[in-house]
Design a protein around this ligand. Structure first.
Ligand SMILES: *[C@@H]1O[C@H](CO)[C@@H](O)[C@H](O)[C@H]1NC(C)=O
Ligand SMILES: *[C@@H]1O[C@H](CO)[C@@H](O)[C@H](O)[C@H]1NC(C)=O
Ligand SMILES: *[C@@H]1O[C@H](CO)[C@@H](O)[C@H](O)[C@H]1NC(C)=O
Ligand SMILES: *[C@@H]1O[C@H](CO)[C@@H](O)[C@H](O)[C@H]1NC(C)=O
Ligand SMILES: *[C@@H]1O[C@H](CO)[C@@H](O)[C@H](O)[C@H]1NC(C)=O
Ligand SMILES: *[C@@H]1O[C@H](CO)[C@@H](O)[C@H](O)[C@H]1NC(C)=O
Ligand SMILES: *[C@@H]1O[C@H](CO)[C@@H](O)[C@H](O)[C@H]1NC(C)=O
Ligand SMILES: *[C@@H]1O[C@H](CO)[C@@H](O)[C@H](O)[C@H]1NC(C)=O
Ligand SMILES: CC(=O)N[C@H]1CO[C@H](CO)[C@@H](O)[C@@H]1O
Length: 317
């Protein structure tokens, strides 16, 4: 949960922007019309990624043995084979790469962190962008930079992810990859997706669906994500979650395209009841239109779709 002191830090940080920046400069001014996302699209494209992202919060032992209780059962007990499980749940968030028999794909999932922790990483001494690692991202342009804390976290697991995805594609003779993650894990997953797209053959189909993502880098990074992943990247934002609003745009950060926004989850079953697709970048009709002052930190955890919430407590095993 977000501690009051972290919230105050963030608000202090944002205060000058609120005072000095005209409201219309807060974003790109994109108010393109949103469209409703159907339940069929949610069921086909978003539920399974959410279920994989939730499992990244389970203990490594439970993921390795694929006996993590309800979160594993939601995917089908016998259909998923973990290929590598790693991370320490701290400096290196947990992650796993697995074969998903149901979709005949290789799935990469990254654990996130609670909102106070993701906000403190963002608000850290390591706050500033750094140029992207050109070993991992061989054809990124020279102006591309990402948040230093996210870049370092991604680099710690990048080689393992890349080599396991490559061997998994070959062992299982499949040609599809799904990349997912929540919160800090969403930022890492987005970077993984760009890295994998640059390094895997074009015959490999890739899809990336992330949840509760902070802004990961500058405009050149957003351009790179759009150009590399195009329509196969979706970032899902839940109601008044503050995390997608940070780091702020006045520091040069911007989300790529691909937002899908959950407006309401007002039934007792934890399903989304109103979900919209948001054209362009930083659409004012979606999370960019939210105010940090009116944000709800519990919205960061979900529930996203099909009663999937993301935190350690949603996978105690
Ligand atoms: C994989 O799915 C097929 C059906 O699509 C099923 O026959 C087979 O038992 C499954 N394998 C595992 C390991 O679950
Ligand atoms: C990089 O940024 C500089 C300064 O803003 C700009 O002049 C240049 O065109 C940019 N290069 C690319 C490849 O975007
Ligand atoms: C870039 O990533 C590679 C592979 O993870 C790592 O060995 C190298 O130290 C990184 N470079 C920088 C400058 O961080
Ligand atoms: C791998 O899959 C392709 C396409 O699905 C198929 O044509 C090929 O025979 C498979 N190779 C092996 C070794 O199973
Ligand atoms: C999205 O994925 C599909 C299937 O792999 C591919 O045909 C399409 O070119 C991809 N779109 C972009 C913009 O990469
Ligand atoms: C939704 O999930 C929570 C755990 O995250 C659980 O306690 C609750 O019973 C679930 N609700 C329904 C309607 O399944
Ligand atoms: C979509 O699912 C939600 C949640 O279960 C439900 O409230 C809504 O009525 C459904 N919409 C349609 C058009 O079936
Ligand atoms: C909630 O979503 C799940 C999975 O998408 C579905 O099985 C269930 O019927 C939904 N519940 C309601 C009340 O719509
Ligand atoms: C579809 C939709 O919600 N459109 C709104 C987007 O935002 C603009 C400006 O705030 C409104 O005028 C639209 O009605």
């Amino acid at each position: 949960m977000l501690s009051p002191s972290v919230l105050i830090q963030i608000l202090v940080l944002l205060a000058p922007a609120v005072v000095s920046v005209p409201l219309s400069d807060r974003s790109s001014g994109n108010s393109a019309s949103t469209t409703a996302v159907s339940n069929a699209t949610i069921d086909d494209d978003f539920v399974r990624p959410a279920q994989f992202s939730r499992i990244a919060y389970c203990s490594s032992a439970a993921v390795e043995a694929w006996n993590c209780g309800a979160p594993c059962q939601a995917l089908g007990m016998n259909g998923v084979t973990p290929l590598v499980v790693g991370g320490d749940g701290g400096q290196t968030p947990r992650f796993f790469v697995s074969h998903d028999n149901k979709t005949q794909s290789i799935v990469v999932a990254h654990q996130g962190t609670d909102s106070s922790n993701v906000l403190s990483i963002i608000n850290d001494a390591e706050f500033l962008d750094v140029g992207i690692n050109t070993t991992l991202f061989p054809n990124a342009g020279s102006n591309v930079s990402v948040h230093d804390g996210f870049g370092k976290a991604q680099a710690r697991t990048a080689q393992t992810i890349l080599s396991t995805v490559q061997s998994g594609l070959s062992t299982y003779n499949v040609s599809k990859v799904l990349i997912t993650g929540h919160s800090l894990g969403a930022a890492i997953a987005t970077m993984d997706a760009v890295m994998l797209r640059m390094q895997l053959p074009t015959s490999v189909e890739m899809n990336t669906v992330v949840f509760g993502a902070p802004r990961g880098g500058n405009e050149a990074w957003a351009d790179l994500v759009d150009a590399t992943l195009g329509g196969n990247f979706t970032y899902i934002t839940h109601k008044d979650d503050p995390v997608p609003l940070v780091p702020p745009q006045f520091l040069g950060y911007v989300h790529p395209s691909g937002e899908v926004h959950i407006v309401a989850t007002d039934d007792a079953s934890g399903n989304a009841t109103q979900t919209i697709s948001c054209p362009g970048r930083e659409n004012e009709n979606c999370s960019d239109g939210n105010s940090l002052l009116a944000s709800s930190v519990s919205d960061h955890l979900g529930p996203y779709f099909a009663n999937v919430s993301m935190s350690g407590s949603s996978c105690p095993l």
